[in-house]
Design a binder for this molecule. Structure first.
Ligand SMILES: NC(=O)C1=CN([C@@H]2O[C@H](COP(=O)(O)OP(=O)(O)OC[C@H]3O[C@@H](n4cnc5c(N)ncnc54)[C@H](OP(=O)(O)O)[C@@H]3O)[C@@H](O)[C@H]2O)C=CC1
Ligand SMILES: O=C(O)[C@@H]1CCC=N1
Length: 272
């Protein structure tokens, strides 16, 4: 890809996308330009990935063909107000903010800019991201393909209707936090059984990684894969019964539902 890819914001998600993108070799490091308020993270990104650091947000806006807004949702309006007179005529703006709709972004720019709305996740950093994507009608097929290729370069992505973006936020945007809690809990259980902690994290994480791969690669229903682990009268069914007793599935469903509700609440208009 010959385009310049810009990032405003170099925090957890911006940093993960930059790391994944540069690692994938889809673009050369000097095609990536970043600005942020956080000089420490900019320095670290430059040292690690040899990308270009801009003097300010307007420089990134002026040079980018594809411009990622990777700041917190409550900073979007400030950043858009700052850059809206600096962007290139045909720039594709990519928003990754929870609860920011395509029309929120268009309205703030005050004109029909090309906008792609994406919900990625931090596993992008290790090439295993999952991203839901939608776009407004002025983004053409070639532009959308370029943006999708960026997300595909560090994992998987799928086009979804915009109304599904709140569910995407729950099931893959936020869910890594829940999975990390699950891994931590599995490891705590193993530590309780006498395993050294670092070793327990490795065993737990590899079990989760392998289980996820089985879902993706066998195409079998997760319930069938669970049944394959549960020997009659064995150890696993004891754990399954214990989790059911404690409302595990219901707790996870409610947790995802709360992220969806929060994402919807965040999209309600507020001034800043
Ligand atoms: N974290 C995640 O897992 C995911 C996050 N997202 C979305 O990504 C976006 C960023 O989240 P996340 O990376 O976690 O947040 P972070 O706070 O980690 O990163 C935001 C970055 O923007 C910088 N920043 C703040 N104000 C400005 C400004 N005016 N101009 C330029 N840079 C600025 C921050 O600097 P400083 O730290 O100095 O304030 C920081 O580097 C959010 O909109 C979020 O909804 C989407 C999917 C997953
Ligand atoms: O917690 C958040 O709001 C962001 C969006 C999805 C993951 N992190």
């Amino acid at each position: 890809m010959k385009k310049t890819i810009g990032f405003i914001g170099s925090g957890n998600m911006g940093g993960a996308i930059i790391g994944g993108l540069v690692g994938s070799a889809l673009v050369a490091p000097n095609q990536v330009i970043v600005s942020s308020q956080d000089n420490e993270s900019l320095k670290a990104l430059k040292e690690q990935h040899s990308i270009r650091i801009a003097a300010d947000n307007r420089q990134v806006a002026a040079e980018s063909d594809i411009l990622f807004l990777a700041v917190k949702p409550n900073i979007y309006n400030v950043v858009i107000d700052e850059i809206k007179t600096a962007i290139k005529e045909n720039v594709v703006v990519v928003t990754i903010a929870a609860g920011k709709s395509l029309s929120d972004i268009e309205e703030r720019f005050g004109r029909k800019v090309k906008v792609v709305r994406a919900m990625p996740n931090t596993p992008a950093l290790v090439g295993e991201g999952m991203t839901g994507i939608c776009a407004n009608e002025v983004v053409n097929v070639a532009e959308l393909t370029d943006v999708k290729n960026i997300f595909d370069s560090f994992g998987r992505s799928e086009m979804v209707a915009e109304y599904m973006m709140d569910a995407v936020t729950g099931v893959s945007g936020s869910s890594p936090a829940l999975v990390f809690m699950f891994i931590e809990s599995l490891a705590d259980g193993a530590v309780r059984g006498g395993m050294p902690r670092q070793q327990a994290y490795k065993f737990a994480a590899q079990a989760v990684l392998g289980s996820a791969k089985m879902v993706l690669e066998t195409g079998k229903h997760p319930g069938e894969l669970k049944d394959m682990v549960c020997s009659p009268g064995g150890t696993t069914i004891e754990a399954v019964a214990e989790l059911e007793k404690n409302g595990f599935r219901s707790a996870v469903i409610s947790a995802v539902q709360t992220t969806i509700e929060k994402s919807i609440a965040m999209s309600k208009p507020k001034e800043n």
